[in-house]
Each structure stands twice: as C-alpha cells, then as structure tokens.
Ligand binder design. Structure first.
Ligand code: IMP
Ligand code: MG
Length: 332
C-alpha cells in the first residue's frame, strides 16, 4: 500500500468509490487525498447508507484517516461544507491553500455555453473554473473565509506521510478517456485524469508512488456525448442489467461491452501495477456476492484471465456486489 494511486480506466463511473472504501477499511488507510472537482460523484455504501460524494475523499469511512483536497483541485465551497458536515469529518479534513474555487458564475457560464452543452458537461462549471485559473484570475482557497479552519499544505502533509511510512491513497476522478490530453477530445473534461496528473495535482513525485490501481467496470458506460465503441441501446442495456443513471447528474448512462483494446491502452498510459474489475455480477449474475476467486464460474474466470493477458497487469480486486465487502481480494 504505502502510496497508492486509484485511477479510472474508461469514462468514469467504474466504481472507484467502492474500491477506495474497501481499501480504506481493509488496509486501515492513514491519508486519503482527493483531486479533481465537484463534477465527479463517488458512490460509497457505508453502514447501510449511500453517499454520492463530490468533494469529500472516499477514505472518510476509516475513522482516523486524514482527508485532504489537493492543490490542483477546484473546490465548491458550499458542497464541501455540506459533505464535511454530512460525513462528520470536519475535524480531520484539510484543503490546500492553493486549490482554486469553483463558483456559481462558472456553473452559469457552463450552462449558458452552447458549445459546452453540446459536449454534455455536468453543468457544475468545471471547464469555466479551470479557464479562469489558467487566466490567473481565479479565487483560491486561502481567499475564502469559510475555508480558513481547513487550510493546509497538502503537498507537504502528503510527502511527510509517505516518508513516514503511512498508508496514503491518492484518489483520482473520472477516467482516462475523459482526460483533456488522452481522452476522446473534445468530448472530455477540463483536466488530465491520468495517474501522473493525479500525482501532479497533489504534489507527489512519480518516484514516491508504489502502486497504481486502475479501475475498470465489467462493461463500459459513458454520460454526455462523444464516441462510445460498440454502444448498445438503452433497451438492450436494461435487458442485460447494465443500465445505470449518473450518481451526480441523474442522467442516463450509455453502455457498451468491455473493451480489451481500450483497457490495454489505459493500463499503458497509467502505468498500472494492479487492476480492479467491478460489477462482475452484472455480466455474470452467478458471481453475485462471491468473495473467493475459486468459486467464480469458469466463464467469469476466463474473462478476468483475458483482461490480464491483454493488459499484462494482474487483476487483484474483483467487485461482486454493491457492498464494500462484496469483493474478491487476490492481493498477497
Ligand atoms: P465536465 O467535466 O462537466 O466539463 O463534462 C465534460 C464531460 O465529462 C461530459 O461528458 C461529462 O458527462 C463527463 N464527466 C465529467 N465528470 C464525470 C464523472 O464524474 N463521471 C462521468 N462522466 C463525467
Ligand atoms: Mg461517478
């Protein structure tokens, strides 16, 4: 574990939230650092309650885990305060002084732009907020009085934690194919979403990372517009049990079968050391709730094996149901 990066392999919504919450509890995480912005929603089931977190890191499920929001992130102040309250983490969450602020005006600009609307953005205003940051006129966390109690130096805290042998997780948002650099441009989000970019947003050098856990879902989904190879119809998705709606915006997710080709490229660009494959039970219903690899049906094992053969990366974690504990852990 020491320093692990969690990153999405497709168009987001791979189930990173579930994997993060499992690792946080199982490995008793000390630090969980979130990047990105409010456009992402990480769904976490914890003690029978469902959370769709836009700001608070998924490591909140572990009682003493220190939660941080990176310098490269864009903070939505009202959402941050609301979630910090809801999750009861006010005494252990910190925001980097230099994180930039996403404001109502950015959301209004996002929704008013025909161009952004055509890309199917979430409407939170992330694109306009990042534009403003690049123009160097953005408001930063240190300029917001309500954030004063939370301000910290995230790069310093995180590097000290890593050097001190603490268990640190860097939590990425969205997935590689929504990356501004490596995704299906222009149908992408406003930032790079790859593992290297996650480290860069936090302020952690590449030599400090031990593991990159790349998360795939057993089928592919995408919200918003842009290409989706082998897309199936909504009716077909419902029939197969793959139909989902977005945790953040409530929009329908489009779906397609798992793509080995895309998975291979995602493993390469992210430098994945481990893979997590979620929702195996949606493709092979007999897998529902199984927690031992040996018990998987042959077909499911063959699917996992093919992912490993194509990407040349071991599948270490396999999700078989919504609960954080519905998981096969093949790590040593
Ligand atoms: P934006 O990030 O709101 O600018 O939206 C750009 C594209 O990224 C749109 O297709 C969104 O649907 C997609 N997107 C942004 N955040 C997420 C996410 O967390 N999950 C899935 N898609 C996302
Ligand atoms: Mg999501």
């Amino acid at each position: 574990m020491p320093c692990t990066v969690i990153v999405g392999g497709f168009w987001g919504d791979e189930g990173k939230g579930k994997i993060i919450s499992y690792l946080a509890l199982k490995d008793r995480l000390d630090f969980c650092v979130r990047t990105g912005s409010v456009n992402a929603a990480h769904t976490i089931w914890f003690e029978g309650k469902r959370y769709a977190l836009h700001m608070v890191p998924g490591g909140f499920v572990t009682e003493k885990c220190r939660l941080l929001i990176a310098a490269g992130a864009n903070v939505h102040v009202a959402q941050f305060l609301k979630e910090a309250e809801q999750t009861g983490v006010k005494n252990r969450i910190g925001v980097d002084r230099q994180a930039s602020i996403i404001e109502e005006k950015h959301s209004a600009q996002d929704k008013a732009s025909e161009h952004l609307k055509a890309l199917g953005t979430t409407g939170w205003g992330v694109g306009p907020a990042i534009e403003e940051r690049v123009r160097r006129t953005a408001k930063l966390a240190k300029d917001v009085p309500e954030l004063a109690p939370y301000l910290t130096d995230v790069a310093l805290e995180t590097n000290r934690a890593i050097d001190g042998g603490k268990k640190v997780l860097l939590e990425g948002t969205q997935g590689l194919l929504l990356s501004l650099f490596h995704g299906s441009y222009p149908y992408v989000t406003g930032r790079d979403t790859s593992a290297s970019a996650i480290c860069s947003e936090v302020g952690v050098g590449p030599t400090k990372v031990d593991q990159v856990v790349l998360v795939f879902k057993s089928f592919v989904t995408r919200v918003g517009t842009g290409p989706l190879p082998d897309e199936i119809s909504k009716e077909e998705a419902i029939k197969r049990g793959w139909f989902e709606t977005a945790a953040g915006t409530g929009r329908d997710r489009r779906s397609a079968p798992f793509s080995f080709e895309l998975a291979k490229r995602a493993a390469m660009i992210n430098g994945a050391t481990h893979l997590a494959v979620t929702k195996l039970d949606c493709v092979f219903p007999e897998c529902q709730g199984l927690r031992a690899y040996e018990r998987l049906p042959l077909e499911a094992k063959q699917f996992i094996k093919r992912i490993e053969d194509e990407t040349r990366v071991p599948v270490s974690l396999i999700g078989t149901g919504p609960d954080a504990q519905d998981l096969i852990d093949r790590r040593e």
